[in-house]
Each structure stands twice: as structure tokens, then as C-alpha cells.
Ligand binder design. Sequence first.
Ligand SMILES: Cc1cc2nc3c(=O)[nH]c(=O)nc-3n(C[C@H](O)[C@H](O)[C@H](O)COP(=O)(O)OP(=O)(O)OC[C@H]3O[C@@H](n4cnc5c(N)ncnc54)[C@H](O)[C@@H]3O)c2cc1C
Length: 886
Amino acid sequence: MASVASQTSRSGTDAQTARSADRAERSSAPDVVVVGAGFAGLYMLHKLRTLGFSARVIETADDVGGTWYWNRYPGARCDITTADYAYSFDPELESAWTWSEKYATQPEIMRYAQFVAERYDLKRDIDFGTRVDQARWDDAAGRWHIHTSGGETLTPRFYVMATGCLSAPKEPDIPGAGSFKGEVYSTNRWPHGGVDFSGKRVAVIGTGSSGIQCIPLIARQAAQLTVFQRTPNYSVPARNGAVAPARLQQLNADRAAYRQAAKLSRAGVPMPLNMVYGRYAPPELRTQLLNQGWESGELVAAISIFADQGLFEDANELVCDFVRDKIRAAVQDPATAEALCPKDHPFGTKRPCLDTGYYETYNRPNVRLVDLKRTPIEAITASGIDVGGESLLFDAIVYAMGFDAMTGALVAVDIAGRGGQTLKQKWADGPTSYLGLTTTGFPNFFTITGPQSPSVLSNMMVSIEQHVDWIGDCLAHMRQRGASVIEPTDTAESGWMQHCDDCAAITLHPRANSWYMGANVPGKHRGLLPYIGGVDAYRKACDEVAERGYLGFSFSGPGIAGGRSTEDGVVRRLQPDVRMVQEMMAALNLPTFDSLPPDAARGLLAQINSQRPPGLPVGEIRDGTLPGPAGALDYRLYRPDTPGPHPLAVYFHGGGWVLGSHDSDDPMLRDLCRRSGVLIVSVNYRHAPEVRFPAAADDALAAVRWAGEHARELGAIPGQLVVAGWSAGGNLAAVTCQRVRDEGGPRILGQLLLTPVTDCDMTTRSYVENADDYVLTAPLMRWFWDHYCDPADRADPRASPLRAKDLSKLPSAMVVTCEFDPLRDEGQTYAAALAKAGVPVQELRARGHTHLSPTMVDVVISGEPVRAQMAQALRGFFAPTQASRA
Ligand SMILES: Cc1cc2nc3c(=O)[nH]c(=O)nc-3n(C[C@H](O)[C@H](O)[C@H](O)COP(=O)(O)OP(=O)(O)OC[C@H]3O[C@@H](n4cnc5c(N)ncnc54)[C@H](O)[C@@H]3O)c2cc1C
């Protein structure tokens, strides 16, 4: 194989001599060794110097630039607008540099890296042409021993890997790859002098970002170009040109505010939050937004056309269909167009590409597409590629195979931490880290844009700067405290991993075989590598860790009392979407319900509810009335979209006996009806304080009796009845079960109690822990009780069903409790008491959820498993009866 080595900017011998001379002047025991002189390593060095730390940078390449040093293929450009893809740490640097295009080319970005290196005189501390091969932690000395390809051993206190997420090339895994006798190129190790393909027959293997960027340019030069495609990618036209005037104006109007907005954005680029749900948007609005996303020529815009496109397949499919139609319109040959249409992954779950004339390239007579899904490569031979029974002859093969992303460059170095365990061993089943910055067992070791940080799902300049600043601040903090060693705790790391998994689980990402998931490298562990909770959320977590005394870290050193101190804990325990809703609510600065008179509180609730997604349709929704003890009660019926008759659930809404209505729980009941196939009658009972205890309980009992008697008219199966309720409605459902047992009524087959009020005791641990953070606060609960029930009546089992003397012979129950709910403990105690009394009980403890969050359909996606299990339980209540009927 004629491999093309990268050309260097200095001749080999000169560079070697210069390097040796330089090194002689550098300490082998600096405070910090940084590996990599891409944008991360360069800024890290500058930051360390600014803070007064000594540092050395080791870099394999012969120059700065990292990604932009190695990836010199034709068409290589950034795909985040260069106005955003730039350092922001120094306003003077910003004003000293102007980008010539919306998306700068590789040479221009390289010039920028050079400009920065020279401006801050960085090269004097960088060892170019040198690899770090091995690193060992010396526990006794509290230092790293880092071995370089230059034969040197460096012994810094701190070791920072700035080795890049996309810097370890993925080697071709195709039979015969080594036997080709023609020219061989790899997009990520491109010759510095360029390549002339004129008159040549060229193969490009791979259609990721690099392939899509270089294919149109190679096609223009080569005599013939054959593209070998394993997986088609979605690509959006870049519409490159001058920097958009609107962007420039926004930036120049207030640069600091713009950069700050980037730091607090989802992806590191300021972008207004789009609140339109694709699944509910009217067709004209959908089309308008899809066209806007397409016309924008920006990835960040394309991945956020709809607020729900990353969450729901139906919303995502709108984008996929739109792009596929664009591909079909651009490519003349229908078979080629169809092969180019991605169908195996949701839009955005593999990195979408930006292109200039990519799809149109396939209309050229000299370009052919080979779809490897239909005809896999049989072998690469000395003269070409055997595929689909044909032997295709080539003069050159270009591999655009991508990278062993995120972890490749880290585990390529033999790094051993405490006790000799290597990073490769520790990460054999996938990388684990705390904040993507540190990992247990590897003291004084940091990774810039490491796995479990936003990294490749963000504008990396913003993420790089954030990591560098955080590391720099951490080292300064240690110096100030007299700490010499830092290491994350197991609790913090496993908590962060759980949080990352929670973030991934609410997206469509895990459904794709992408390099984000490690799926492009055979044998690599499968799991979402970057943090998908957003640049903004991530930054807040990192800042909070520091503000809370470096929560989740142990420090040791001469200045630490007792030699060691640990601030153990988990920084994010709420489900990510629950937290997001909390923050959005807090930003609205609404009055608390308990600060208002009941009518005003009801108005506020209705106003809040009017902003939420409506929920998906069911077979039928109709309103009616039923006779209550003191007049008619309104109800709303949800009929499944399946042939009836159906089993029946009578449901009572939440709202502390004061607020709420069948409207307030509407989206959740649509969801429950769709999932369970059960007909639901949601009853509006009388509210306090206008009518106090036991009116609501009496209404509930009357409603259940009525429903039992009118099952057939409702389209339900007689005798197939359960009750359900949320919060105060859960209280009414539980009370009704007891009263039907004691006072007579229809047979109830089950009770579904979602975060029910079961007792008037407000001193439980869950009340103390969750007193004032999560909408249902202790003061609000007190307000509810005060409106509903005199203190003297509260121990009555019709108010506090937990106080009933006998809990036996009650219907089977499912009790759902939420971790961050004041009512958690009383729900769990009720479940335990029911079980003790011989009632079959399923208990579901919703981790990371609050009192309200599981009900927030289409907003709190992490509540889906809870809602699914509730629906399953609802169905399950009827199962024995249905089986006996059969
Ligand atoms: C073609 C391409 C286009 C991209 N476009 C964008 C974009 O538009 N926007 C965006 O946000 N991101 C983009 N990226 C991601 C890009 O990698 C980052 O934006 C950024 O350049 C990463 O900088 P870094 O310093 O972290 O890593 P790198 O630039 O990868 O630098 C790491 C350096 O570490 C060196 N190194 C690695 N291991 C060792 C070792 N053991 N010893 C010594 N040296 C070592 C490498 O030689 C390399 O120079 C793109 C990536 C590619 C490949």
C-alpha cells in the first residue's frame, strides 16, 4: 500500500534539533502537562500561564491546530458558523481577527490557530512532533510520570488530556485494505501539499461529514468518482458565503452579551428556543418551520426546527420526510436518490452534515454511488475494489472513515491511575467519568471535552473554553487551599453517569447506530458518549459543583485539615426534564398558589395549563353530568380507539381538594386511555373551601356508585370497574375503596393511586426534605388542608385513609410515589400498610420525579415509563376477571 505520510512544515532533522534544544530549557517537572495543541491545548496553556502555573504541552503534530492540522482534505470546513466557532476569552483577540466566510475553510482556521499561538507566544512551551505514550500515577509522590516518544519522562502534579474527541482515526475495516497498489488517502491525515486527482479514477469510501464535504470537489477534478456508501446521512445545504449580516450585527451590537448567550444556550450557539411541537403544529406552520430550518444553512437550526423533534419519532419523522423529499428533488436518478435517503435513524441522532452541492454531485456523469447496504465490498484488491460481482479499477482510494470518537485518543495512551489500573481497563465496558472532566482512580487527571460532557454535541469552542476555565479555577482553588491531590468520589461519578443515562433516555439518540453511540467501531461499548442535557444545563452543573465546595471531590494535601477532605454528593438527582421545567417555571416568577385566594389560584392554574401540549387524541372525548349528593357533577369521558365495550376507570383529579378540574388532568388521561385501552370517566367533585370535608369524598363515592350502575350506558363492561386518582384525587380514590367496602357499592377491582395524600401528618422526612422546592410545597399542602378540612376531622379515615383501623379486603393497588415529593413517605407507608393487611400492592417509586412531573405528558418525557407502568397496572387490575370471563 502506498501510504501518504503527512508532510511537515519544517524539515525532519531541523525540527528534531530545534526540539531537543527547546526541551533542554524546559522543566521536566512542570505543574501541569497538557497533551495536545489543538484549540483545547492552546487555551489550556494560556490559562495556566495566566494563573501562574508552569506547563508543558506535548503534541504529536509538527504544529498547532489539532483537527485543523490533520484534516486538510478538499472542502474541509467547520460546520458551526465561524462567528461562533472562535475563542471568546479575550475581547482583544476577538477584535483582532475577522473571518472571511460564514464557514471558514481549513486553511483559514489553521491560520487562526497560528495567529492565536503567536499572539500569546504559546509555541515556546509546546513540544511538537512528540507523542505521549504512557503515563503512571505515583501515589507516594502525588505526581504523574509521563513518558514521551522523545524519550523524556515528565513528572507534573497535574495531567490534562486535550487530545480531542475526533483525533484518533478509525482504521479501514475492509478485507484487503492493505493490498491496494494505487494512491491511498485518509481524510483525517491528508497530505499537506494537497492532491491532484485530475484524470484519475477515484474511490471515496464513507459518507460522513468529511466524505460529504470532499466528494463534490473531488468529483469536479477526477475523471471518475465512485462513492461507497454504507449509511446515508442527512445533509443540509450550508449556503456558505459572507458572514450573515444579521449574525454580524447581533455579535457586534454587544459581543459580551452574545458570547454569554452562547454559553447559556443548548448547543453553544445563541438560538431562540423554539417551543412549537411538530406533532401538534398545523400543516402550514410545520411547512413554514421546515423551510426556515432548511434555508438557514445551519446545523443548530436544523436540529431544533421543532421542540419535540429530538424526543418523539412522529415529530422527527416530519423532518426526515422533508429532507428525503429534498434529496429526491435534487437527484435525478430515482434509484440513486432512494439509496441516498436515510431511513435507519432519526434526524440528528447521527451528526447531520452541511454540504455544498453534495446531492447534486450525483447528477454528474462521472459520479457513481455504490450502496454497500445492497452490495457490500467483497475485497479491496491491488487494482481496485470488488463489489457486487464487479471488479472496479481505481487510481486512488480516499478513506473518509471517521474516528474512534471521544475515547480513542484517551485510551490510546497507556494511562495507569491509582493501584495500577489503566484507563483502558476501567473503560472496557464504556467510559465513566464525573462531569466528563475527571474519573475515579485517576487523581489529578483531567480530560477536556471528555465523554459525558457536551463536547461533540456542541459548538466545541464554547465547550473547550468552559472546561479550560473550570480546570484552571479548580487548580487555583487547590493552590489556595493547600491541596495537592484531587479525585472524584464513586458516589459523584455514579450519580453523574446516572444523570447522563437519564438525559440520553429521553431522546431518540440511543436508537441510532452512530459514532455518538460508539457504534462505528467494532467491539466498542455501546452507549451515548457525549452529554446531551445541553451546554447550558451542563455549565450550571459544573458551576454548582465548584460553588458547593467542589461537590463530589476529595482533596488531600498539606493545607487540608486532617490531610484529606471530601465533599461527597450527587450534583444532579432530578430527572433532567423535570429540572428544566422547574427552571422555566421559576423564570416566570409566578406567585405561589398558597399566596392567592382560591379563585385566583384556580385562574393561575388554568393559565399555566393553557400553555402545555394538548395530548394526543383518543377514540372519543365527551363531557357529561352525573347526579351527586348535592346536585349534578360534571365528568369527562375518554373512550379508547378500539372496539368496545371497555373496562372502566373512575378518576379523580389532583389539586388539593381546592384546585383542578377534569381539564387540568386532561393530557394525562388521554395518555392513560391510549396506553391502557381503558375507558376513563374523570369526575369533577365539589371543591373546598366553598364546600369542605367530607363533600369531596361523598361526591367521589356517589360517582363510583353511579358509574358502576351505568357502565353499560357508558359503553363499559359491567363489573369491570377500578378507581384512580392523583394527589388529592388519589386520596379520594383510596377513601372511596374503603367506603365501598364498608358502606356498600360496586365491586372495585383495583385502585391506582398516583402520589396520593394518605395522611395529615406533615412532619415526615419527605415533608422536611422537599418542604419548599418543587411546586407542591409544605406551605401549599398546609393551605390545601386548611381549606379542606378542620384539624379535628383530619384523622378521620375519610380524610386520612392511612388512619383506617382496617385496611384488609381492599382492592388491589398500585401506589406511585415520587422521590422529590412531600407526599412520598405517606404514599410509601400506605402501600406498606395495604400490603401488611394482605392487599396485593404494586409500588412504583419514581426516581428523580416530583409530585407533578409524571403527569406532564409530552413535557416530562422521563415520566413516560411511569405512565406506561400505570397503564399496565390499570390493565392488570382487570386481567384476572377478563381471564375468568374467557
Ligand atoms: C473535519 C472536522 C470538522 C469539524 N468541524 C467542527 C465545527 O465546525 N464545529 C465544532 O464545534 N467542532 C468541529 N469539529 C470538532 C473539532 O475536533 C473541535 O472543534 C476542536 O477542533 C477540537 O479541539 P481539541 O483541541 O479538543 O482537539 P484536537 O483539535 O483534535 O487536538 C488534539 C491534538 O492532540 C494531539 N494528540 C492526541 N493524542 C496525543 C498524544 N498521545 N500525544 C501527543 N499529542 C496527541 C493530536 O495530534 C491533536 O493535535 C470538527 C472536527 C473535524 C474532524
